[in-house]
Design a protein around this ligand. Structure first.
Ligand code: ZN
Length: 146
């Protein structure tokens, strides 16, 4: 199996069986993200304690790229500081726009191929933009109306 096929398999796997999928009942941050170009719509839930992303989950619907990206993002962000998550997003953004891989991206390198499909870049970065907005929102924004 080529590296490219392996990457595709991983995206298909996470797209079909996303990790950390569902709500967080005691989220300190919650944000809805929408990509109208593709129809992806995700909600990111975070439990942040002392600047650390203690728990992160997501739910929503979207194409395989956006769901797989959200799934792998939750795995990558869990346990990291807010600053580390923002740094990781900058590098991930570089990866999906230029295709340049970097050692510290771990499994996220599977999205390197997205760089060849500019319209898919928004699908891959939607969860990250949503996560960043969630972390920057105050806890008050996250009050659920349910
Ligand atoms: Zn999409």
């Amino acid at each position: 199996m080529s590296l490219r096929e392996l990457y595709q398999e991983m995206i298909i796997d996470h797209g079909k069986s996303p990790r950390n999928f569902g709500k967080l009942d005691h989220a300190s941050h919650l944000q809805v993200g929408h990509n109208p170009l593709c129809g992806d719509r995700l909600v990111i839930y975070i439990e942040e304690n002392n600047g650390i992303v203690d728990k992160i989950r997501f739910e929503g619907t979207g194409c395989a790229i956006s769901v797989a990206s959200a799934s792998l993002m939750t795995e990558a962000a869990m346990g990291k500081s807010v600053q580390e998550v923002e740094n990781l997003f900058s590098r991930f953004h570089q990866l999906v726009t230029t295709g340049e891989t970097m050692d510290d991206l771990g499994k996220l390198v599977v999205f390197a191929g997205v760089a060849a499909f500019p319209i898919r870049v928004k699908c891959a970065t939607l969860p990250w933009h949503t996560l960043k907005a969630a972390l920057r929102s105050s806890s008050n924004d996250s009050v659920s109306t349910e």
